[in-house]
Design a protein around this ligand. Structure first.
Ligand code: BGC
Length: 810
């Protein structure tokens, strides 16, 4: 595999062991649906796993396991629209025994959103055929997918038989750990012809009763013109298709195009998905025309998401583009009306069952500054799920809204109660739902969106209600502790998933997770801000509707001053109460013994031990505070709480936690690159490169095949934007505080801030901002203490003297 070409990702040959990785990385999608880059002639089995997922299309199933009953909601693997195979002159079919692969090359064109596969095959009788397949999942017409295949018989003439099908026998079995659990989500409702060249397949999920229809139109073309071919309907249980017989002569190319329309009963503006899929397939132009429109849509997207780099580090650019590409395939303008969230593993595989976790926190910074319309839509996914979040808060004895750690179709908690440790084979209690901080991330995302877009309408109608309800929940979760004369939060989990409780205690959760407590103080202030910002009528209405009593804002203000944070006298912030008493882990001994210890939790459990006993974190927890809050904001919060942090507290904490972190989550590298950038740039670059490698190098050893790590992908791009370019949005100001190493040349980013298109040019010693055309009032820009107004068409440049080079290790 290589990503050395500026806009392509290439895979040569055939490597069964890496096929799952290739399929995930070659996934094509458009925010409505995505299809893994699986081979059209292969069904699931062995290294092959075709998967097609429509955003938001979930189904729930139950199982009995050794540890009890488990119920899981999963993003459903829909009927596979890819199947297309052929045989030369009645020989064996491609994909079956007797056909030898002579060579093969896959190329994912990021610029155009096209996956091309070139192969040459020879059957047992020596017939050699060259095949090229082009595939898209249409970025503009989100219900349309296309596969075009050109066949050139090199050494034979005779009958080319092509079989093109839709396969509804698919199930969810893309993740080995879940394979003991139910995965058969689909019932077949209908499969048959729908016109001369089209077949229709209709299925229904067996619990959520979502109907899904796929209509596949297959045509034969010679020299670009549709021609007749022998055709018969081909059926097998759960599959429907056409078999085409075409006379071919050696050296002559013939093309087969398969265009598929996909609709579900979740779609807007349709009567019935089957009717719609058939109707739309009748309206379709040919593959080439559709391809042009698709490429144009991608061109427009790339304009919005332009990032360019010159100099040494520009070699990372192809991976940066790959990450943006997969982000825009998971969520895009096609997601805007779809009531969907941001699944942690994209629409690229089945890990985390397609659930939406706090990972969106790492994605919003990219979207906010480029496609705020999409951010708004994705935040409404959370807004619509307020009723479940309120019910969850009530059930936990609180008011307000308690968002679930894992969210699916309706917003109930989807986290598993038991999970399988593949190392020990044991089902282990899963306490991750205690990560209440997910609600703080929702509030943070709402606030950031408002900061970037200045969208008061959104705040009035949706955002304020979410922030207020989240603040209320955390105000309830916080108990006043007389002895400390401070508020405390007990029995939660922080972002670090290794610590689920105290050693030797059966109770789940830890007390006073610093990250949760500090952000609770933060959200209290935002709730107060929001009440100030709302229009008078909306504030009155919301206060009445939510029944906010005069005492509540007082309590919020009080909590923002009296929240407890476990800070040691030397400035180390304890991850939670009692962290300091845990044992130190002998990291070297574990590394020597196990090599890769990222999943130390699994290793320890398999040894009858537990990470709860050690000062060992899966991922950044305390350091997340430095990631989310600028040094100024954090200092302000800590001062307000009546604590003081020594000047070197940030670097001390970074050093302390970095040496106690296993990086078992791909988010870890993103956060560490970011926090290190301030003081240790050389190290920051190392983590940046690691974040870039997350999926292309599959650094977690096999997990990418189960879906990309979307937060690490978006987060790695955000490192460029928020960390190296130093873009922050607060107090109605676009703040630029770049830390771009001079030897890396120049970085250019196009962003949108308050509806102004801006180009940022960052070099080691200056940052230039150019405002494009807009009718909006000037915006406030600030760089290292200098604040200016920038109007459309203007350019401003700030010199950026390099600081702290001694600590850089450069
Ligand atoms: C991390 C979580 C993250 C999840 C999904 C886990 O490994 O610990 O923070 O939300 O992966 O990406």
């Amino acid at each position: 595999m290589s990503v050395t070409e500026a806009w392509t990702l290439q895979f040569g040959g055939s490597e069964p062991a890496r096929e799952g990785l290739r399929e995930a990385l070659c996934t094509l999608g458009n925010g409505y649906l995505a299809t893994r880059g699986a081979l059209p002639e292969r069904d699931a089995g062995g290294p092959y796993y075709p998967g097609t997922y429509a955003a938001g299309c979930y189904n729930r199933m139950r199982d009995s396991t050794a540890g009890g009953t488990v119920e899981n909601e999963s993003l459903v693997n829909l009927p596979n629209w890819l199947p297309l195979t052929f045989r030369a002159d009645h020989g064996p079919w491609l994909g079956q025994a007797g056909v030898e692969l002579l060579d093969q090359r896959h190329e994912l064109d990021l610029l155009r959103g096209v996956l091309t596969r070139r192969l040459r095959v020879r059957d047992g009788d020596g017939r050699v055929t060259a095949v090229t397949q082009w595939r898209f999942v249409h970025q503009r017409h989100e219900h349309v997918c296309g596969l075009q295949v050109a066949f050139t018989p090199e050494s034979w003439s005779g009958t080319l038989t092509v079989r093109s099908e839709v396969d509804a026998t698919t199930s969810n079995r893309g993740v080995a750990r879940y394979q003991g659990l139910a995965g058969q989500h689909l019932e077949l409702l209908d499969a048959g012809p729908a016109g001369t060249d089209t077949v229709l397949c209709v299925v229904q999920t067996n619990q959520s009763h979502i109907r899904v229809a796929e209509a596949a139109r297959t045509r034969v073309l010679r020299r670009g013109r549709a021609v007749d071919a022998g055709r018969r309907v081909y059926r097998e249980p759960g599959r429907i298709g056409h078999e085409l017989e075409i006379d071919v002569s050696a050296g002559e190319q013939v093309t087969v195009e398969k265009l598929v329309t996909v609709h579900t009963s979740r779609d807007n503006a349709i009567s019935d998905p089957a009717d719609e899929a058939v109707q739309r397939s009748r309206w379709l132009a040919g593959f080439d025309e559709l391809l042009d429109e698709h490429v144009l849509a991608w061109r427009h997207l790339w304009r919005r998401f332009r990032i360019s780099m010159q100099g040494e580090e520009s070699r990372v650019l192809p991976t940066v583009r790959l990450h943006l590409f997969h982000l825009l395939q998971t969520v895009s303008e096609n997601s805007v009306d779809a009531d969907v969230g941001i699944p942690a593993r994209g629409l690229h595989g089945e890990a985390y069952r397609g659930h939406v976790l706090w990972d969106e926190l790492f994605v919003f910074p990219i979207l906010n500054l480029r496609m705020p319309l999409l951010s708004r839509a994705l935040l409404r996914y959370r807004y619509r799920r307020l009723p479940w979040a309120r019910a969850a808060a009530r059930a936990a004895g609180h008011s307000g809204a308690m968002y679930p750690w894992q969210s699916g179709s309706d917003g109930r908690e989807e986290s598993q109660r038991l999970h399988l440790n593949p190392l020990s084979g044991r089902w282990v209690k899963d306490s991750t739902r205690l990560q209440r901080h997910v609600g703080l991330a929702v509030a943070y995302n709402v606030w950031q969106y408002y900061q970037v877009a200045g969208d008061l309408e959104f705040l009035n109608h949706y955002g304020a209600e979410m922030i207020l309800e989240i603040a209320r929940f955390f105000a309830g979760l916080a108990d006043y502790d007389d002895d400390r004369d401070r508020y405390v939060i007990r029995g939660v989990m922080g972002p670090d998933e290794f610590h689920t409780g105290y050693p030797h205690s059966d109770e789940e959760g830890i007390d006073n997770n610093a990250y949760t407590n500090v952000l609770t103080a933060w959200v209290m202030l935002r709730a107060l801000d929001v009440l100030d910002l709302l229009s008078a009528d909306r504030r009155a209405a919301l206060v009445e509707t939510l029944g906010i009593t005069p005492g509540e804002p007082q309590r919020w203000a009080d909590i923002s001053r009296r929240m407890y944070v476990p800070i040691r006298p030397d400035g180390i912030i304890d991850q939670f109460d009692g962290y300091a008493d845990l044992a130190e882990l002998d990291w070297n001994a574990y590394r020597d013994r196990f090599g890769d210890i990222r999943r130390l939790d699994r290793i320890l459990e398999s040894q009858g031990d537990s990470p709860n006993r050690y000062k060992a974190s899966k991922q950044a927890d305390v350091l997340m505070l430095f990631y989310l809050l600028s040094a100024d904001e954090l200092r302000m919060l800590i001062d307000r709480l009546g604590y003081s942090l020594p000047r070197d507290a940030i670097s001390k904490n970074i050093e302390y936690y970095l040496s106690r972190t296993a990086h078992g989550s791909t988010l870890s590298a993103v956060v560490h690159a970011w926090v290190l950038a301030r003081n240790h740039r050389a190290q920051a670059l190392r983590y940046f490169v690691e974040a870039l490698d997350t999926d292309v190098a599959d650094i977690q050893g096999g997990t990418t095949a189960e879906g990309i790590h979307l937060a690490a992908m978006a987060g790695s791009v955000d490192i460029l934007q928020r960390c190296f370019a130093g873009v922050e949005t607060r107090d109605d100001t676009l703040v630029l505080n770049p830390y771009w190493p001079p030897h890396l040349g120049a970085l250019e980013l196009d962003i949108r801030y308050r509806a102004h298109p801006l180009t940022l040019r960052i070099t080691g010693d200056a940052v230039q901002v150019e405002a494009g055309p807009s009718r909006q009032p000037p915006i406030q820009l600030s760089c290292r203490g200098e604040t200016v107004l920038l109007a459309p068409g203007e350019v401003v440049e700030f010199p950026v003297p390099q600081r702290g080079r001694a600590a850089d290790g450069e």
